[in-house]
Design a protein around this ligand. Structure first.
Ligand SMILES: [Zn+2]
Length: 286
């Protein structure tokens, strides 16, 4: 009898372990989307795609939708297309660009600390400073809505930036969304991208072909950056596990970035906001 009870306890334990594994395993995906395990870690954009495709509706509300996977676009009077230089945050006389933010009270202290780490990532070696909102008219309202997304550049007034918990609270994802809020689009959206990467259209999930469009970007005179935190990973929106973007220089070039800003990302910020102490010569001589 004791033996039977022991076996029952063991099998109950195993069953509960199995159930937990199942519950914790985020393998569910929409039809047509094939997740790809990338050696050496996913890029920030891979994490965003995984979260947004599984959880965020492409239409956020009646008038706002997502473009290119994680850029919020509103219909109506504030729908002007905003690229680098056209929607800048204002600069202080002391040379810094102070961007006010509010954090939703729904975030725990740990989560708030994590978001601040993402901000520090963008502040490092740049003149951007994120400051808690006090009275500023323009500010970023960070909320755990559905998915990871941001508007492009400063829109004027309050603008939402969504960091769903816990999926969007990785430092790289937070930094990526803040870069959108600063005014940057995805690196492979650059008008000159076809000189540097090949888009493998036949491998892209059909419903997401539009996420690979090019824009008339202002590249600020900076080189194409394969390792930008704003670059899609090699398997972004792959429908069959095959690469969707390949570097022209070499198939071995890793695209995108997991958690840190690249050197050129920082230079982009410093050039766009004319930070004044960006030392290009130092970078190019490395
Ligand atoms: Zn993005």
């Amino acid at each position: 009898m004791e033996r039977i009870i022991f076996l029952c306890v063991v099998s109950a334990c195993l069953a509960s372990v199995h159930t937990q594994t199942f519950l914790l395993n985020p393998k569910w995906s929409p039809i047509g989307y094939k997740e790809h395990d990338v050696q050496g870690g996913n890029t920030a954009m891979d994490e965003i795609i995984k979260t947004n495709e599984n959880q965020a509706s492409r239409i956020l509300d009646g008038t706002t939708s997502l473009r290119d996977g994680d850029i919020a676009v509103s219909a109506g009077k504030r729908s002007k297309v905003c690229f680098a230089r056209s929607c800048l945050w204002s600069k202080s006389v002391d040379g810094h660009v102070y961007i006010a933010y509010k954090l939703s009270p729904e975030y725990s202290e740990l989560e708030k600390n994590q978001i601040v780490k993402g901000m520090e990532n963008v502040e490092r070696d740049t003149c951007v400073r994120f400051v808690p909102w006090t009275h500023q008219q323009d500010f970023i309202d960070i909320q755990p809505k559905s998915g990871c997304w941001s508007y492009l550049g400063s829109r004027g007034g309050r603008q939402t930036l969504s960091l769903q918990s816990p999926n969007c609270l990785q430092v790289g994802v937070i930094s990526h969304e803040l870069m959108h809020a600063l005014g940057f689009v995805h690196e492979q959206s650059r008008i000159d991208r076809d000189n540097y990467v090949t888009i493998m259209w036949e491998n892209i999930w059909r419903d997401r072909l539009r996420n690979f469009q090019k824009f008339k970007t202002d590249n600020l005179g900076l080189p194409y950056d394969y390792s930008s935190i704003m670059h899609f990973g090699m398997y972004a929106y792959s429908q069959d596990g095959q690469p969707t973007i390949i570097a022209k220089s070499s198939k071995d070039v890793k695209l995108g970035q997991t958690s840190i800003l690249s050197q050129i990302d920082k230079m982009k910020i410093n050039k766009l906001y004319q930070c004044g102490w960006c030392d290009d010569d130092d970078y190019y001589s490395k």
